[in-house]
Design a protein around this ligand. Structure first.
Ligand code: GP9
Ligand code: MN
Length: 655
């Protein structure tokens, strides 16, 4: 039975009264309140680099309409109840995000909800995250409560008797229904235009590639607004986790298994290095944008990396160590080093697969009695580290909130203070420890204050490249202080120190490097310059000090450190070479470039094998491309196997 009601004219208090009671007024009031709350939320975030401009206002308004337009289809009372419920839900969402942000500098995502223990770590600090001024989020409720009690005459509901109940499809009911239906549709259309037109403008001009290479939830929020962010987050989570779970045909799983089984047969554990440093501490320093081309070089008569150069004399220096990163930059260097798998072709494993399982160095070392901790003085949410470090098995992640910013520099804390404060923590850890430290002061655009700039960079003065050299010189000094501290603390003699750069400095202009190095450079030279980062391994007794020029790469870190500690990498799903087992090495870059120490293949953007260039490393000249064919197929297979392992979360399935 269809009931409807219409208001008889005498129940009306005139035009104003009708307007106040109309669904359009109720709806406008809802939009007004919610826009106010979105603005309140935004300004309470206090993100200096993210402003709120008219486009953001329209996106915010449009997305509010899109989540609520359907309430215009409901009868008046139903609409009011629905709008109250939507208001409560959206307010709860905003407030949860705000409290979460105050602690993690991130927004709540589905991945975080699935990893509830990250939220648990709010624990005792929750009270400090609630502020009295947050009550402004309830201002509209207070206003509505006052109105409900006071009941101004124009807003009063008509007397019950004034409602004219009718049964069936009366003409007035039909007209009312049509009006409601069309106003809802009109709102939907307006919502779409107001949301998507500015969004498209953003994506086309300011945020190109945002949805494929996104690295930070806040940069998504900056473009999509809060509601848009959560809708997109739901979409990306659903795509990767819900629906028909992507299943790999069993034959394909067998291929992956065979690949790893074969890899195991190439690993050797019969040399003297296997287990030679069993039980020693391990400290890994991943250094921001630390490239290989400037190691050992001078500018204006000054060494750029004097401390690193000094340390090289008593360490193993790998002079062709490649970063194997993709779009995930720092997070990819971290991921490949800790898990010995390739990063994904787009996005970052840290963001896309933080809930998958990996054989990671910290987790394996923990099983062997180590205390694994990660240290990085930046927002814990950046690159989704809070979630990913839990997955990787660290006991604790010391992020920006654990440091006193007593040396503000670049993006955050200067590396000197970062190392000092990290050491204050590390020296208290139960040993053996596994400590992973990520530096930041040499991050693009490398502009450090004048008093920190110690080099005379001459013709590079005032250029990004000049600033880069200054920043590297500062980081080098910080590394020198770290080594001193390890010695003072008595850790130097039983700690393996593994230092490498994460990726290039984004300065791609060949002429700059030619000027700096004083020679003309080939495409192969440039490929190596942009992809090589230094690796320095200091063993407790200074064993093996010297230069190692066979190629190696970030994927090699985990199996190599396991080797030194006497832990077999054979049962682990790791792809990298072992730097200490004396076997031949094969290094594949995410681009599909590869080297086996004899050849270097650089793929072409066309993706066709034949269009790529095959170099002889001995002569530095191109050779017949067909001589790179077998290596190319092998590299492709390796990348494909890694991608399948990650995409289908195969590690728990393999045995
Ligand atoms: C910030 C740092 C920088 O935490 O990891 O990341 P990047 O921009 O180099 O990938
Ligand atoms: Mn980086």
């Amino acid at each position: 039975m269809n009931y409807s009601y219409s208001m008889s004219s005498h129940a009306s208090n005139g035009g104003f009264g009708r307007f106040f009671r109309s669904r359009y007024f109720t709806y406008s009031l809802f939009l007004l309140f919610m826009i106010y709350k979105l603005l309140l939320f935004h300004f309470k975030l206090h993100i200096s680099k993210i402003d709120f401009n008219p486009l953001d206002f329209f996106i915010g308004l449009g997305s509010l309409i899109l989540v609520s337009f359907w309430t215009l289809w409901l009868p008046r009372r139903g609409q009011r109840i629905a709008l109250i419920v939507v208001n409560l839900l959206l307010t709860a969402l905003m407030y949860t995000d705000l409290v979460y942000y105050r602690y993690f500098q991130d927004l709540v995502t589905f991945t975080v909800i699935m990893q509830a223990s990250q939220v648990d770590s709010l624990g005792d600090s929750i009270m400090t995250l609630l502020h009295w001024s947050d009550l402004w989020f309830a201002a509209d409720w207070l206003l509505l409560a006052v109105i409900a009690i006071w009941k101004p005459s124009g807003w009063r509901s008509p007397a019950r008797g004034a409602l004219n109940f009718t049964v069936g499809k009366s003409p007035s009911r039909r007209a009312g229904f049509t009006r409601r239906f069309s106003s809802g549709i009109a709102a939907l259309v307006i919502g779409c235009v107001v949301t998507f037109a500015p969004l498209k403008f953003y994506i086309d001009y300011y945020a190109v590639g945002l949805f494929t290479g996104n690295w930070w939830n806040l940069s998504l929020y900056n473009v999509t607004g809060l509601l848009g962010f959560h809708v997109y987050d739901a979409y990306r989570f659903g795509k990767e986790h819900l629906g028909p779970k992507p299943v790999l045909a069993s034959g394909e799983v067998d291929h992956v298994q065979e690949w790893f089984d074969h890899k195991d047969t190439t690993r050797s554990e019969n040399d003297a290095m296997f287990g030679k440093y069993k039980g020693n501490n391990v400290m890994v320093i991943q250094t921001e944008a630390f490239m290989n081309f400037m190691i050992g070089k001078q500018i204006g008569g000054q060494e750029i990396t004097p401390n690193f150069n000094r340390l090289m004399k008593e360490s193993m220096y790998f002079s062709h160590y490649y970063h194997q990163t993709g779009q995930g930059r720092t997070s990819d260097a971290d991921f490949s080093s800790q898990t010995s798998l390739h990063p994904v072709p787009y996005g970052s494993v840290f963001i896309r697969y933080a809930d998958h399982q990996f054989n990671s160095l910290p987790a394996i070392l923990k099983e062997h009695g180590y205390t694994p901790n990660a240290f990085h003085a930046y927002d814990g949410s950046f690159w989704n580290r809070n979630a990913m470090y839990e997955t990787l098995g660290y006991d604790r992640f010391f992020s920006k909130k654990d440091y006193e910013i007593d040396e503000p520099l670049g993006w955050s804390l200067g590396d000197k203070s970062f190392f000092k404060q990290s050491m204050d923590q590390i020296e208290q850890l139960p040993q053996p420890f596994y400590s992973f430290l990520i530096t930041l002061s040499s991050h693009h655009p490398f502009s450090l204050p004048d008093d920190v700039q110690e080099l005379n960079v001459g013709e590079f003065d005032g250029t990004v490249f000049g600033d880069y050299l200054q920043a590297i010189h500062y980081v080098d000094a910080a590394l020198g202080q770290l080594v001193e501290r390890l010695k003072q603390d008595g850790l130097w003699d039983h700690t393996i120190l593994y230092i490498y750069g994460d990726h290039d400095n984004s300065v791609k202009d060949k002429a700059v490097y030619e000027k700096f190095l004083g020679k003309s450079l080939t495409d192969l030279d440039m490929e190596q310059i942009m992809n090589e980062v230094p690796l320095l391994v200091h063993l407790p007794d200074g064993e093996g000090a010297g230069v190692y020029d066979k190629p190696a790469g970030q994927l090699d870190m985990a199996p190599s450190l396991l080797h030194l500690l006497g832990i077999s990498a054979k049962s682990q799903y790791m792809m990298g070479n072992d730097l200490f087992d004396g076997q031949d090495r094969f290094v594949v870059l995410r681009s599909g470039a590869y080297t086996d120490g004899k050849r270097f293949y650089i793929p072409s953007q066309s993706g066709m094998f034949e269009d790529g260039s095959c170099y002889s490393l001995k002569t530095g000249k191109t050779v017949d491309v067909s001589t790179c064919r077998a290596g190319y197929d092998r590299a492709k297979k390796e990348l494909y196997t890694s991608d399948e392992t990650l995409q289908y979360d195969l590690i728990p399935e393999l045995n």
